[in-house]
Design a protein around this ligand. Structure first.
Ligand SMILES: [Zn+2]
Length: 409
């Protein structure tokens, strides 16, 4: 304990707090009945480096605790294919397929999960890399070559020897989970072809600030990057961003995608320069902005907690829709417990019959439960799909509560 605090990006050692969730459970693991009461909690403190302004969990819980000792229940392929999350990746796949590769080129994805993105490429060699064994098994069963390993300089060299250099390397929503980001980028440097393209898609601190969003804060999100953070980070590894944009993957401006190359002369797009400029004029990379963020989200959480507790006190039955990590972070900060939320529904069979950590709220299949008075919507990015799917429920006076305390009937 009391390890020295060193910034993951720049090596700086001066930090200021952003938000403290206190002791919180690991949210990607649901419990069996027998496991209830035995789960551990860990401090969840988000801080900001005062040199490079990366918002981060400085000394995170060992990721092996998350990915190996526990069942990691998240499969990309379980997401609705027509969701905005999956739709957001159409442009990525098109870009890589049509603009950045030709037949026979190698495309490597870090944190490839069950191979959902890689299997969409045609006439390209693909290779997935993911440390979580259960998702790798699923990817292999779907015919996507995948290695169950971490990614660093050594594994990159091994891959290069076996497969040759990659023309495209990237990762979606996995880079926030990585403590030793420099190790990963050294691997990218070693495996990427001179004119190859590195892409990343991850949660965006700028969107969290502008939409007062805190559901993405949990133990396995170590870093909350701005575009400027990425520019600094990649420059240290001789890569230069030439394109960046906000995608609709997480909704609310929460998802940043960028493309980088080792070739510094590559033309930089206007949208990349505009986004960087917007960060400057809005003072995003500063502690003033982080402090304002904390005030905003604490107010949001209090508002939601007050609303849910008031409805529960009136005898209304409230259930959670989607037993997702994001939802548990919201409940935690809003101090909403099993007293207020009676059960969760979730489409994933792996989650049904289990219980939420600490609050021990049971998770059922939607078809197995009686309609509650209200559903609390844990995943705002699926709002439209869920509201459409639940037309019959809404027609019989069922209502939804969103994380920003809106009631939808
Ligand atoms: Zn730093």
């Amino acid at each position: 304990m009391n390890e020295p605090k060193i910034c993951r990006l720049c090596g700086g050692n001066a930090f200021l707090p952003v938000i403290d969730f206190g002791e919180a459970p690991l949210v990607n693991s649901l419990l069996t009945k027998e496991e209830c009461g035995t789960e551990k909690t860990y401090p969840l403190l988000v801080e900001q480096c005062q040199k490079c302004f990366l918002v981060q969990i400085v000394n995170p819980v060992d990721s092996r605790k998350i990915y190996q000792d526990q069942d990691y229940l998240y499969y990309t392929g379980d997401m609705p294919q027509n969701s905005q999350y999956m739709r957001a990746f159409n442009s990525l796949v098109d870009d890589i397929q049509n603009n950045y590769t030709k037949a026979g080129d190698l495309i490597v994805e870090i944190g490839s999960n069950d191979g959902t993105i890689l299997r969409r490429f045609t006439n390209r060699r693909v290779l997935g890399i993911d440390p979580a064994i259960n998702v790798v098994v699923r990817a292999l069963m779907r015919g996507v070559p995948t290695l169950s390993t971490g990614f660093d300089k050594q594994s990159a060299r091994n891959i290069a020897e076996e497969y040759g250099l990659a023309q495209v390397i990237g990762g979606a929503n996995c880079l926030a989970h990585i403590d030793n980001i420099h190790g990963v980028l050294e691997g990218v440097e070693a495996l990427l072809d001179t004119y190859g393209v590195f892409w990343a898609e991850c949660n965006y601190w700028g969107g969290m600030v502008s939409s007062k969003h805190y559901a993405l804060i949990y133990h396995d999100h170590y870093s909350y990057y701005t575009l400027k953070n990425w520019v600094d980070l990649l420059n240290r590894h001789n890569m230069y961003i030439f394109d960046a944009m906000i995608t609709e993957a997480q909704g609310e401006g929460l998802s940043l995608r960028l493309y980088a190359s080792k070739d510094a002369r590559r033309t930089k797009t206007q949208r990349f320069q505009d986004l960087l400029h917007k960060e400057e004029v809005s003072n995003l990379n500063s502690h003033e902005t982080a402090k304002k963020y904390r005030e905003d989200v604490i107010m949001e959480a209090e508002k939601l907690g007050t609303l849910v507790k008031k409805l529960a006190a009136e005898g209304k039955i409230i259930a959670g829709y989607g037993a997702a990590a994001k939802g548990f972070s919201i409940l935690h900060l809003a101090k909403i417990t099993g007293e207020h939320i009676k059960f969760f529904v979730d489409d994933s069979p792996a989650k049904q019959g289990k219980y939420t950590p600490v609050t021990h709220i049971p998770v059922f299949a939607r078809k197995d439960i009686q309609n509650p008075d209200y559903f609390f919507l844990t995943a705002p990015n699926y709002k439209d799909i869920i509201l459409e799917k639940e037309t019959a429920y809404r027609n019989t006076s069922g209502k939804f509560i969103t994380s920003d305390s809106e009631i939808i009937s």
